[in-house]
Design a protein around this ligand. Structure first.
Ligand SMILES: O=C(O)COP(=O)(O)O
Ligand SMILES: [Mg+2]
Length: 221
């Protein structure tokens, strides 16, 4: 499965990140934040701001956005209610599956691996997005950022996902797009490969320690 690595580990299962790895969701984040900020009478944010800020969950994105546009921290609860409402209404409308993702997931499944999607996005956003993009059928399990007590880059969500998959971390491949995924994988003891086209807080992904870097998920072979 990881023949592009010099010493490929044996893999029984894979954990795949969602935003920036399988689906380019930047447009959904910009749209839902725009509707939320407009409702609150605040200025909107652009794509570049979202690309730098996304990755540590929706609560972090919203708090950072409010601070960036000069919104009072006391607005957070109202903003969170509005953001969830708007995000669920537009979920997937401004998002695209990256080239090679379907083929890559098909390869992982044909290799007999159990698959989980593990994202920092709330589970209630992740499930309908995967379904809308026709990706839900690939996954035995889907866990969002609210599924466990801590989010990536903490290793806890990976360790819990390995347990749920019935697979040991050393044989469970993490596929992600950011240092959150890589740090969580390293701390959990999972091999990790990173895609080159995602968000990674606006930083170069090849500088992030990983077992390999891919330009498309169908390079997994
Ligand atoms: O919602 C986010 O902040 C990013 O989610 P991800 O873990 O799927 O990249
Ligand atoms: Mg990601």
């Amino acid at each position: 499965m990881l023949t592009f690595l010099s010493a490929p580990p044996r893999i029984d299962a894979a954990i795949v990140d969602l935003d920036g790895t399988m689906v380019d969701t930047q447009g959904d984040f910009v749209a839902a934040l725009g509707l939320t900020l407009t409702e609150l009478g605040l200025p909107v944010v652009d794509r570049a701001f979202v690309a730098h800020t996304v990755g540590k969950g929706s609560e972090h994105l919203l708090r950072t956005t409010l601070a960036h546009v000069g919104g009072d921290a006391g607005l957070y609860d109202a903003a969170w209610e509005a953001y969830q409402r708007h995000y669920l209404a537009i979920n997937g409308r401004h998002s695209e599956v990256y080239p090679g993702v379907v083929e890559g997931l098909q390869r992982l499944r044909s290799a007999g691996l159990r698959l989980a999607c593990l994202t920092n996005k709330p589970t209630a956003f992740a499930l309908p997005l995967l379904a809308a993009k026709g990706l839900d059928g690939f996954f035995d399990l889907v866990f969002g950022g609210d599924a466990f007590a801590r989010k990536k880059p903490d290793p806890l969500p990976l360790l819990e996902t390995c347990k749920a998959l019935g697979s040991v971390p050393g044989r469970t491949l993490m596929v992600g797009d950011s240092s959150n995924d890589a740090q969580a994988a390293r701390a959990a003891g999972c091999p990790v490969v990173l895609v080159s086209y995602g968000y990674n807080h606006g930083q170069p992904i090849r500088a992030v320690d990983a077992d390999g870097h891919l330009d498309r998920l169908d390079q997994l072979s």
